[in-house]
Write a protein that binds this ligand. Structure first.
Ligand SMILES: [Cu+2]
Length: 159
């Protein structure tokens, strides 16, 4: 009788232990799940508001920049992005044109023209540095008479 009771008690304890563990792991999963959701929700609410403030504070311009290839693209965009206040710079190899988004309290369009010209590339307003041009890889030595800021339909003459 006594023995049976003890055995029963032991079994019950085991059962309690198992269910405690189960509850604990469910709780952990639930907490993790909630945390993940919270992070997601946080990101969702943060991202649009940053974009909105970007739209309000940033000025978008596009202007012609000469160049040949993907390496030119890297150099031109690096030069533009190197200007303090520039948020985004994308050069289009077909259109020979750059789209720049910048904070006009920190810089202006001409500073971006000059930075690109210093890297060796002609812009609509500033002739590229001859010194930097000489140091460009051969494939990047673009034609100085090349059309720029095109619609993208007419490609620069192939030579
Ligand atoms: Cu190039």
């Amino acid at each position: 009788m006594n023995f049976l009771n003890k055995n029963q008690e032991h079994k019950n304890n085991n059962a309690i232990n198992v269910s405690k563990k189960a509850i604990l792991s469910v709780a952990v999963i639930a907490v993790l799940g909630v945390t993940a959701c919270k992070n997601e929700a946080k990101q969702e609410t943060t991202t649009p508001s940053t974009e909105m403030s970007k739209d309000m504070a940033f000025t978008d311009v596009s202007f012609g920049v000469r160049g040949n290839c993907g390496m030119c693209k890297k150099t031109i965009e690096k030069a533009a992005n190197g200007v303090e206040g520039v948020a985004k710079a994308t050069w289009d190899v077909d259109k020979k044109k750059i789209d720049v988004s910048f904070d006009d309290t920190k810089t202006d369009v001409m500073a971006i023209h000059h930075a690109i010209a210093a890297s060796g590339y002609d812009t609509e307003k500033v002739t590229g540095s001859e010194e930097a041009y000489k140091n460009l890889p051969d494939c990047c030595k673009y034609d100085h008479s090349m059309m720029m800021n095109q619609s993208g339909e007419i490609k620069a003459e192939v030579h």
